[in-house]
Design a protein around this ligand. Structure first.
Ligand code: PHE
Length: 447
């Protein structure tokens, strides 16, 4: 069987950007930036994206197209039966684990769409009532599990259709929609009374707030947001045709992801400031503030549906990339059919996510996992440890063990600025691994 390929360059870029752009950009980035001083954090984040994100994004796409394989198969092909294959397994397991809790939050977005459509949100006119409504919502174990199930079902529905007719088709429709919706929200937010204070918080750096911790979160956030370190981009790269240019595509993907994170900040902070809220409210930021903002606006119900629809779309195109990594492994390595892989592994991921869905109700306060709830534990384990470690080994595997001479031809053959290739080679060999290692060392010393 010949390997399925993306139908077009645009389709690939939008699918990969769809993977990168997700809850990480619209839900997580604003609150992490808010908690870490705003603009100064944004600056460090952008720096991490440029020196670390871009080279590792290129490396994953190179490995994917070079081997035309899932992450496990890719490392098998490059290194035979050696310990390096563990990196591939780490990636597949990581995809499995991330999707298990990601789907729970994805489910919240569905729940909030339902609430907005049914008009249940119009009474949440201040942040306090919106906060209580959110707490009540996540306190209901049945609702949490039902919405988690719905989100997984939506991912499964798309991934069963395959790469071109499923992932690519949906990304091509959903991603442009996302951009338009974000722009509408920015215009609305900026024109609100007091909204400009939010823009200035987000764009005027206050370096006194920039702690070591802030730098660390900026780094972790860049991996999570760009879908790096677990082979999602290896998998998407494996469906990339030989004639596409990797350097150029990688630039587009990173640019789009960063753009949406910035746009999301510009959409949310004006609203936060107009509501006279503190910008450092943590994970609840979006779910507390946005409903309250909309309840006070003419046509607020429409805007609420639009916003949570947007969050759902972003989460969905990321969720399918996480599921695809696991499904590609089962197909390539175990010979499973796509449908069988999606149903069995999607079901297993759903089951794995149940304790995460219950972390806010039945298992609330049950912090047996290193002082964290199951949800927080899986989140921290994958985002803060598995992704950076994966990224480190992907850089070392390609830069030092496999050898860049065997893969450099994967980069755009007609790139005129040859030095771009060399710049990447230097970065992936020296800068990326060293930086990640440094982060870990500082992290451990700081404990
Ligand atoms: N990048 C996605 C987001 O920002 C999350 C993700 C991480 C997706 C890792 C795939 C792999 O929401």
């Amino acid at each position: 069987m010949t390997r399925e390929h993306w139908g077009s360059k645009l389709g690939f870029v939008l699918a990969a950007a769809g993977s990168a752009i997700g809850l990480g950009n619209i839900w997580k980035f604003p609150y992490v930036a808010g908690a870490n001083g705003g603009a100064a954090f944004v600056l460090v984040y952008v720096l991490c994206v440029i020196v670390l994100g871009v080279p590792i994004m290129i490396a994953e796409l190179v490995i994917g197209r070079h081997t035309e394989s899932d992450p496990v198969g890719a490392f098998k092909l490059m290194f035979g039966r050696s310990g390096w294959v563990v990196i591939g397994y780490l990636g597949v397991v990581c995809g499995f684990l991330i999707l298990s809790f990601y789907s729970v939050v994805g489910g919240w977005t569905i729940g909030y769409i339902v609430k907005s459509v049914s008009g249940g949100m119009s009474s949440l006119t201040n942040v306090e009532t919106a906060k209580n409504a959110f707490a009540q919502f996540i306190h209901n174990p049945y609702e949490m599990i039902a919405y988690h199930f719905l989100f997984m079902a939506a991912c499964a529905f798309i991934v069963i259709r395959g790469v071109k007719n499923g992932i690519e088709w949906w990304s091509k429709v959903l991603m442009p929609l996302l951009f338009i919706l974000l722009l509408v929200l920015i215009v609305k937010g900026v024109s609100m009374k007091g909204g400009m204070a939010g823009v200035s918080f987000f764009l005027n750096p206050d370096f006194s707030k920039l702690t070591v911790d802030a730098v660390l979160s900026a780094l972790g956030q860049s991996f999570f947001s760009l879908s790096l370190g677990m082979g999602a981009m290896i998998t998407y790269g494996s469906y990339l045709s030989r004639k596409e240019r990797i350097l150029q595509s990688a630039m587009y993907i990173v640019l789009l992801d960063t753009l949406v994170a910035i746009l999301a900040g510009l959409a949310i902070f004006p609203a936060v400031f107009a509501m006279e809220m503190a910008p450092d409210k943590g994970p609840g930021l979006v779910f507390h503030v946005i409903p309250a903002v909309f309840a006070n606006m003419p046509y607020g119900q429409v805007f609420a549906v639009v916003f949570f629809g947007l969050l759902f779309i972003a989460a969905l195109t990321s969720g399918i990339s996480l599921l695809e990594v696991v499904v590609a492994w089962a197909g390539d390595e175990r010979g499973w059919s796509r449908t069988k892989a999606v149903l069995i592994l999607g079901g297993a991921i759903f089951a794995m996510g149940v304790p995460s869905a219950l972390s806010f109700n039945v298992l609330e306060g049950n912090t047996v996992f290193f002082g964290k709830t199951f949800f927080d534990f899986i989140d921290a384990l994958t985002s803060n440890y598995m992704l950076p470690i994966g990224g480190f080994f992907i850089a070392v595997a390609l830069g030092w063990k496999y050898g860049l001479d065997k893969t450099i031809h994967e980069l755009d053959p007609d790139t005129r600025i040859i030095s771009l290739k060399e710049l990447w080679a230097f970065t992936i060999k020296f800068v990326s691994p060293l930086l990640v290692a440094l982060v870990f060392i500082v992290n451990f010393l700081g404990r």
